[in-house]
Every structure is written in C-alpha cells, then in structure tokens.
Write a protein that binds this ligand. Structure first.
Ligand code: ZN
Length: 278
C-alpha cells in the first residue's frame, strides 16, 4: 500500500477514495508513555513524581481530525512546498495559501480559488487542509461539489428514521457520517473550515441552489470559514458571461461568497499537463 511520511510521527496512506493518516510504526505503541496510555511520569520542582499528558495524545487528535476530512486519494502528496507555480499568480497563490493556513482560526475569512482546469486549485486547497487539519488539528471538511449535491439530495429525500445515501459512494457516506447521527448538512455547517471543490460544475436544479444557499448562509451566520475552488470566473466586471460564477450559482449565493471569501486567481497553464521545469 502506498504510504507517505507526513511528519516525523505521522504517515499518510490511501484507503478507498480518501487519504488517511496513522501513527508512524516507530510511534505505535508510543515509545514515550507507559502502555500507550497517553501519560508520562516526570518530577515537579520539589522532586515529586507527577503525570503529564504525552505528546502522542496531540498526535492522535490531529490524526483523528485529518481522517474525517475526506481528502481525495489523488491529493496524498499535496503540500504547499511541492506546488510548482507556472506564473506569477501561482507564486502569489502559494504564498497567500501558506499565510492563510498557518494563521487560520475558525473565524478567518475564506478563500475563493479560481482559474482554468488543471491549474492546481484543488491541490492548493488540499495543501491548506493538510496544515490546518493534520498539523494544527482543526475540524475541516472537504466535499466535491457534485458529490455534495447528490448527498444532500439523498439526505433530504430520506425518511426521518432511515438514513439512505443512494447515488453516493459508500465511502463518501462513511466519511460524512462519523460516530454521531448528525446529518450531513449539520456536519458541514459545524466544520471549522469547509472546502467546496469545483463549485458550479454540472447542471444545478433550483432545489440544489437553494440548499447550497442555506448551507452557505448558515456558515456565514456562524462565521465559519469556507474555501471554494471553481473553474468559473468570479470577477465583477465579467458578470453576465455564462462562464461567470454568478451565472452558475445564482446572484444571492454569489453575493454571499463575495462577502465571505477573498479571491485567489490561478491563471497558470495546465498544472497536470505542463512541461517539466528546467
Ligand atoms: Zn505517548
């Protein structure tokens, strides 16, 4: 199984559709604490033995946080230091992403990362998540826009007692319904940082638009941070163009996103098909 060392203590690996984290074998069981219980014994100033919380508890917290994000498997390597900018927008984007990730608090303004196919928008978003969740332990959710709509539709259609996610992959369902019985919508509203990938893709019903508006408005009211990636242009002087973000998501949602997120353009050539750097 492909795995990657993320930090000195944590490995990443792929399970189903998602990236997961676990303790590095050298840390399992923890070499610091007795029987992996999460406490180390030390002495206080008077020389008396005391118990302290072991560092492995912090590691486990961050692993747990990361494992419920839902980072797609293809972004296992996503790290800001590995992103190769193709033009000046890429250079600026990665700088801003780095600053955002390390200064993030749950009330931070969000980001709206936009640009053509394959410019590395999702890569940058996944790299930000890696810092916020895996290294800093915040509660983050990543959803692909098309999956999000079908899952919300399924949740809406279900009866109160029986939860069904028809049309949604089992692992997406698992990643979105953790131990509690909190519904998907509430899980997404509660996330300290929510990433919606490829906003505006596909054909959206009025129902989908209104549910999305409800989600974004509730996050806005709760001051939750939202990161959007989109292929559609959000700049105001392009309003009316069918390729404009407002045409894709509707005026109200568009306006809300303008209030919540700072735009980051990425105009570089196709990141996946670009030529090797010299
Ligand atoms: Zn320990």
């Amino acid at each position: 199984m492909r795995s990657q060392r993320a930090t000195e203590y944590i490995d990443l690996y792929i399970e189903g559709e998602f990236v997961q984290a676990r303790r590095h074998p050298s840390q399992s069981p923890c070499p610091k604490c007795v029987r992996d219980l999460g406490f180390v014994t030390t002495t206080n100033d008077q020389g008396r033995p005391i118990s302290k919380r072991c560092r492995c508890k912090g590691i486990d917290h961050r692993i747990k946080a990361f494992n419920q994000v839902g980072v797609p498997a293809r972004y296992i390597d996503a790290e800001l230091s590995s992103y190769k900018p193709r033009d000046l927008t890429g250079v600026e984007a990665v700088e801003r992403a780095n600053e955002f990730a390390w200064s993030f608090t749950p009330q931070s303004r969000g980001l709206l990362i936009y640009g053509g196919y394959g410019t590395g928008k999702t890569y940058i978003a996944a790299s930000i998540i890696r810092v916020i969740s895996l290294l800093r332990g915040y509660n983050v959710k990543f959803v692909e826009f098309s999956h999000l709509l079908s899952a919300l539709q399924a949740e809406f259609n279900q009866s109160d007692r029986k939860r069904s996610y028809r049309g949604t992959s089992p692992s997406f369902k698992r990643s979105m319904t953790t131990a509690s019985h909190v519904g998907l919508m509430q899980t997404l509203i509660n996330a300290e940082c929510l990433v919606i990938d490829e906003l505006g893709e596909g054909r959206q019903s009025e129902w989908a638009k209104s549910v999305l508006e409800e989600l974004i408005t509730k996050r806005y009211n709760a001051s939750g941070t939202t990161i959007i990636t989109t292929n559609y242009d959000p700049r105001r002087n392009h309003i009316g163009d069918p390729e404009h973000l407002e045409s894709r998501v509707g005026a109200r949602l568009y306006s809300r996103l303008q209030q919540m997120c700072d735009p980051i353009p990425l105009f570089g050539i196709d990141y996946r098909e670009g030529t090797e750097q010299p």
